[in-house]
Design a protein around this ligand. Sequence first.
Ligand code: FMN
Length: 442
Amino acid sequence: MRDYVTELMRRNEMRVVEREVDPRHELAAVIKLSQAESEQPILFRRVKGSKFPVATNLYGSRRRLCEMIGAADGHFPRRWLELKAAMKPSASEFLRPVPAPNGIRDGKISDLPQITYWERDAGPYFTAAIFLAKEPDTGVANLSFHRSMVVSDEELRIRLGTTHDLTRYQKKAEERGQALPAALLIGTAPDVFLAAAASLPYETDELSAAAQIRGRRVEMRPCKTIDLMVPAETEFVIEGEILPNLRRPEGPFGEFFGYYVPQGDNHVFRVTHVSYREDAIFHGLLCGSPEDIVLLQEATAARVYEHLVRQVPGVKRVAIHSPMLCTVISIDQQYEGHARHVALAAVGSHLDYNKSVIVVDDDVDVYDMNDVWWAFLTRGRADTRVTVISDVPGFYRDPERDHWGRLLIDATKPRGREVEFERRRIPGEDRIRLEDYFGGKR
Ligand SMILES: Cc1cc2nc3c(=O)[nH]c(=O)nc-3n(C[C@H](O)[C@H](O)[C@H](O)COP(=O)(O)O)c2cc1C
């Protein structure tokens, strides 16, 4: 991450905040307002109560994510599938054990920036922490995000989603009455961050996947108090274990749907050691902001795309819209009913999301909801183009069944009348640069 921050500084892309900011709300408010006008990453040099600078919004840009994986045409899902197809399952050849590098310092949780994001959050949270843990039987490594509430130097409280691999590891260990050792990585390489966001098959070693995205071996150093190796270049490593048969109150926390998840009894992480690099840079992300959502959107789009191209022809692009519950798919229409086939297939691709699926023709910008909605409003009847599927569970954390049901919308051109629906355009428009006409005054 440090190299990436340096690279963004060199390219003059980083917004740097020199004045001291309060980690309680002020820092989050600056992130939110900055993201509303720009997708630039931000570096807060001075954060009250901690000696560490905070980097944020590193991943809050589709353009940057595509750049990271070499998707030159902006088609993240297709490039992701290419990388995945080339991945070898074996871990060892991509990981290189090294001794703990010089300059790693021992510390404690309260040394780290204690950032409180939303008004009713129960306290400071680590939001960009990646959990690294091993499958209790096979030793396969998994990387995943689980925001962590700071309780004390010895304790964090974490929420494990029902479908996550870490949840299955923890359950296995708990059934044996054992704690699950895990390390939290904060400020790690972009490819580790990408691999953590992806839901790769249970058997896939995600550290090895991260190394293969990067195309070079990841140096792994030992932890001090648990039997785990962690990427040596990680800025902060929190070692510990998820305790069995113990749940304590966690939350509320302002989440990506735009509301607070209420307080609930959740898992307890016992901290056994904290270390950081000299001059470490902390990574914090505003939950529900582009940095949280854009990567999750692209990782989910890749999963939907992979499922679709195996089943139906003519699929071009997949975009997921905020807050993850709307999927838009563009196709090259090939037969009557093609769009409905595509929408139905999408529903089965990820049972947590796809609450609404809109299928458009390839001349529509799937990333622009105005364009997508324009296509629906102008290309077909509202009464026959909308299908509602009732009584199907949706997002996994939904006790009141607010996310049951599915909405499928066919917003493609009526079959056989494509010529009538050719979009108007002005020749040469794409070559016009307004600065050449209005100068700097616009
Ligand atoms: C930036 C980012 C932050 C995330 N934060 C959380 C979180 O706090 N809690 C959670 O349960 N899932 C979170 N997720 C959802 C991810 O789906 C999850 O961490 C992970 O990818 C699951 O991986 P797995 O399928 O290997 O279990 C986050 C995802 C991203 C991209």
